[in-house]
Design a protein around this ligand. Structure first.
Ligand code: HEM
Length: 462
């Protein structure tokens, strides 16, 4: 997943857009899916409204702090970026009319915990084990704070804490602090893989896709009210003021078992080189970021660091049998590129970061929770996020593999395998352990700014 960034410059600087159809409402859309601010720290707060009036009072005082797609990126001096989202229960508590609530999509109405059967979040990943009140119907809202550094995060934490205390009608169910892990000069997660390499580019933002990434994706795949890859804008939940310019995000808190991951590499590779190759086969990229399709035998860190080259590959023509990148590797599942139909309708925007302290090399696992807490943004949870979970992540027969799940993130219980195709003889790892555990998740709707004002203006019983 995407991790917190150190970069001095905003990676998708929307102020530089030129010659693009002036279509997207940059002043209304929240910045979250549109840009990735240069944050090194973050805090997520999960909130419950004691009453509609309390929730609306809290929201009304916060709206001016929420970053828009137009404002974020306009100044390098920005230090913090705020995003607000609501669960369906949250919209109900704020006073959205029943008729309107009813025309939000079913998966959003049910919430992520109720969708465990579709998502394949069973066993240790089941919502019964989730922390922080995320599976509770009392979860109503999230505030995501991205901050330039830890000091700014702490300042904002204090400010929001005082604001919540003064509002009275809002309770913080739980919170999570996130920090980028050193070295800070490139984005990576706790297993050591370079992250933030592949991301869809949205048509109308003026961003150029890197070679191999395909054409920009229609904005309606991510924001409600715009043409999508199928044609004109899909019908909006009513009233339009509430839904236009909004997006859905699926939140996931994913613990990474770094000790187990390193033990596994040692058990399956006799030399450090062999261990690195096993790590690469699980992901589809070397930990440097170099894709196996382009660097099948040996790591190529320069390739991994070169955004103009690191996505310039496909599977059907360049590696049909998976001799370089196994069919079941994480990136080949999560974006099968030219080996799957309808890919432009399944794209997801990833945001988030790492939490917990890094585990130094050579040190046994200390039992402290560490991982990735991330968001998958889209216009249709069922078509984009849930499809990725149900089919690409957890369907044992994806790509006709028979008995495999995503080796990094699938629901693993020791009964699934991983095939590494090779000439002349393939290798099969029997009984993969779980390297990650889902500790919580939720579906949120990120409304546009006008919609936030509309929500703040509602009253009970309308
Ligand atoms: C702890 C769990 C996870 C870890 C450690 C992880 C790690 C990574 C890494 C290192 C990459 C390669 C860098 C990049 O292409 O940006 C990647 C790619 C990707 N991941 Fe994950 N990921 C996790 C969970 C997920 C989840 C839950 C989803 C979505 C449901 C997801 C979707 C993707 C996608 C779409 C790509 C890009 C593939 C491509 O375009 O080639 N990942 N992940």
């Amino acid at each position: 997943m995407s991790v917190l960034q150190r970069s001095k410059y905003i990676s998708q600087d929307l102020t530089k857009r030129t010659g693009q159809p002036d279509m997207l409402d940059f002043d209304d859309i929240q910045h979250f899916l549109m840009s990735r601010p240069p944050a090194r720290a973050a805090r997520y707060e999960f909130l419950s409204f004691r009453s509609g009036v309390g929730g609306r009072a809290w929201l009304t005082g916060l709206i001016d702090k929420v970053g828009t797609a137009g404002a974020v990126g306009s100044s390098l001096l920005d230090a913090r970026w705020v995003t607000v989202g609501f669960t369906w229960n949250g919209l109900q508590t704020l006073g959205v009319a029943e008729a309107s609530l009813a025309n939000f999509p079913e998966e959003f109405r049910q919430g992520m915990a109720a969708r465990a059967g579709v998502l394949g979040t069973a066993g240790a990943n089941h919502p019964d084990h989730w922390v922080g009140g995320l599976a509770s119907p009392n979860l109503h809202a999230i505030v995501v704070l991205f901050a330039r550094d830890v000091a700014e995060r702490e300042r904002c934490r204090g400010e929001h804490g005082r604001y919540v205390a003064q509002c009275g009608g809002v309770e913080v169910l739980s919170s999570l602090d996130l920090e980028a892990i050193p070295p800070f000069d490139y984005a990576h997660e706790h297993f050591g893989y370079r992250d933030r390499l592949s991301q869809p580019v949205i048509e109308g933002t003026g961003m150029e896709p890197t070679p191999g990434s395909g054409p920009p994706i229609k904005p309606g795949e991510f924001f409600l009210g715009y043409p999508d890859e199928e044609g004109p804008a899909a019908a909006l939940p009513q009233p339009e003021i509430l839904s236009r310019n909004g997006s859905y995000v699926a939140y996931l808190r994913m613990q990474e078992h770094v000790g187990a991951f390193r033990d596994f590499l040692r058990a399956h590779g006799e030399t450090p080189e062999q261990q690195e190759l096993i790590a690469a086969k699980l992901m589809g990229r070397w930990r440097s970021g170099a894709p196996l399709v382009l660097a099948p035998d040996k790591d190529d860190p320069k390739l991994g660091a070169d955004s103009q080259r690191s996505n310039d590959f496909s599977y059907a023509k360049m590696d049909p049998h998976g001799y370089g990148c196994p069919l079941g590797a994480h990136i080949r599942r999560m974006n099968p590129r030219d080996t799957a139909a309808n890919m432009n309708r399944r794209k997801m925007i990833r945001r988030g970061g790492t939490y917990g302290p890094p585990l130094p090399e050579g040190v046994p696992d200390d039992g402290i929770e560490r991982g990735i807490a991330a968001f998958v943004g889209c216009a249709s949870l069922v078509r984009q996020f849930e499809f990725a979970m149900n089919v690409w992540t957890n369907d044992p027969n994806f790509h006709e593999l028979g008995n495999e799940r995503d080796p990094i993130f699938g629901t693993q219980d020791g009964t699934f395998d991983m095939t590494i195709p090779k000439r002349p003889i393939r290798k099969k790892i029997i009984g993969l352990p779980a390297f990650t555990t889902i500790r919580g998740g939720a579906y949120f709707f990120l409304p546009g700014i006008k919609a936030l004002r509309y929500l703040g203006s509602l009253s009970d019983g309308v």
